[in-house]
Design a protein around this ligand. Structure first.
Ligand code: UD1
Ligand code: UDP
Length: 398
């Protein structure tokens, strides 16, 4: 049984899958400064459960262990979302918080936001407003729906802010705070530099390509996955490729009988890596090939060239200002762009606005102001969800 302090705003922070941990860590860290007023309760849905997709990040990012674990595990979208909803509703009924905080675009994000909305609990969405325009992607569905039912929207880049305004979200609920993932990167880079991952795998800095792959549109389709692996096999003849392989991808490579494409001596397949080891590999790579969302952002800040194996991105600033280029899954395009970069023709990137290591601080300060507005007796209305808009809250000062 959790014990709440009556003076503190109880904030349920939801994590479930790999990229969630990096996004919440800096917010949790900054909230410590206001521990007299803000009380975080970490809820882990259990969407990811392998040590190297979950537990390792608590150690690497120095996050305290979850207060509540829903242990839902894998399943179809409906099964996973429904299980999280059922379990999270029990939690909310037993320990009603003032605010539920969700991050990013995974199933855990939407599932917990839906439960909170129906239970009339305020919701804050960190990394709100990102849109790739492809509603066939499960993440795009999760983004659009989560934003629609959230009370406080915290976009990470200016396109996110603009998308929310264009979709009719009142300016008063949208607050451009910057990118929490970059906070974690900046905090962790010093420790990551000490990682021995290059030595362990006999790699030389700036002399290998790092590959990650896990989007269903790439890895659940046999033809597309084969196209990508054929490109990788060709590229690896000249430059070593290190493939940090996601379990979804590994399962499908086996299922589709594609393992032979990875047998070339230049290809090294690794299990998913811990955050610090991965950051080290990412920062020292000559080039990153990926379909990850977060890695497009990290490479921009690390000034490492990134070829994204997708035709769209919800993070356009990484293309317009950063080091990212969209190449889809077409072997010729992947090979040509790779060749270009390895010959030294890489984009000159710059750091997007508010990717400055202070997003977590801005969010913690916003929470403090939300608390102030909630705890002012004249603003508390029993049973009313929208107590104050974020703009009113923030304008009121803290
Ligand atoms: C999920 C997110 C995706 C995010 C990715 C980060 C959704 C819809 N997708 O995709 O946005 O980019 O996480 O990595 O939420 N599995 C394991 N061990 C685990 C977890 C999963 O082996 O700890 C395997 C299972 O076979 C599972 C499969 O991976 O069925 C897919 O896992 P799931 O969480 O459903 O989706 P991801 O592809 O990981
Ligand atoms: N990452 C990691 N180990 C890996 C691959 C990625 O720690 O083997 C980190 C990476 O640095 C980034 C995050 O995981 O911080 C990105 O997560 P992922 O690609 O799984 O999800 P997405 O961002 O696409 O939702």
């Amino acid at each position: 049984m959790l014990k709440y302090s009556p003076e503190k705003m109880k904030i349920m922070m939801i994590v479930g899958a790999r990229p969630n941990f990096m996004k919440l860590a800096p917010v949790l860290e900054r909230m410590k400064r206001y521990h007299d007023f803000l009380e975080p309760i970490i809820v882990h849905t259990g969407q990811h459960y392998d040590h190297n997709l979950s537990g390792q990040f608590f150690a690497d990012l120095e996050i305290s262990q979850p207060d509540i674990h829903l242990e839902v595990g894998s399943g179809s979208h409906a099964e996973q979302t429904a299980k999280i909803m059922i379990e999270f509703e029990k939690v909310i009924n037993e320990h009603p918080p003032h605010l539920v905080v969700v991050v990013g675009d995974v199933n855990s994000t939407l599932a917990c936001a839906l439960v909170a909305a129906k239970c009339k609990i305020l919701i804050a969405h960190i990394e709100a407003g990102l849109r790739c325009g492809d509603m066939a992607m499960p993440e795009e569905i999760n983004r659009v729906l989560t934003d629609r039912i959230s009370d406080y929207l915290f976009p990470s880049e200016s396109s996110g802010y603009q998308n929310l305004i264009n979709e009719g979200m009142g300016e008063e609920s949208v607050f451009f705070v910057g990118n929490v993932m970059i906070d974690s990167l900046m905090t962790s880079m010093e420790k990551a530099r000490e990682s021995q991952i290059l030595e362990t795998h006999g790699l030389q800095a700036k002399n290998y390509i790092l590959l990650t792959l896990h989007r269903p549109e790439n890895v659940d389709d046999m033809k597309i996955l084969k196209n990508i692996l054929v490109s990788v096999e060709t590229i690896a003849k000249k430059t070593p490729v290190v493939f940090a392989c996601h379990p979804r991808t590994r399962l499908n490579i086996d299922k589709f009988g594609l393992t032979s494409y990875l047998a070339a001596p230049g290809i090294r397949i690794l299990e998913p890596l811990g955050y610090l080891d991965f950051l080290k590999l990412e920062s020292e790579a000559a080039l990153v090939l990926t379909d990850s969302g977060g890695i497009q952002e990290e490479t921009t800040v690390l000034n490492v060239p990134c070829l994204t194996l997708r035709t769209s991105t919800e993070r356009p600033v990484t293309v317009t200002e950063g080091t990212n280029t969209l190449v889809g899954s077409f072997p010729e395009r992947i090979a040509a762009e790779t060749e270009k970069i390895l010959r030294g023709h890489q984009k000159a990137g710059s750091i997007p606005k508010y990717w400055d290591g202070k997003a977590g601080e801005r969010i913690a300060e916003a929470f403090l102001k939300i608390r102030k507005s909630l705890f002012e007796p004249e603003t508390i209305k029993e049973g009313t969800r929208k107590i104050k808009t974020v703009r009113e809250t923030l304008a009121a000062g803290g």
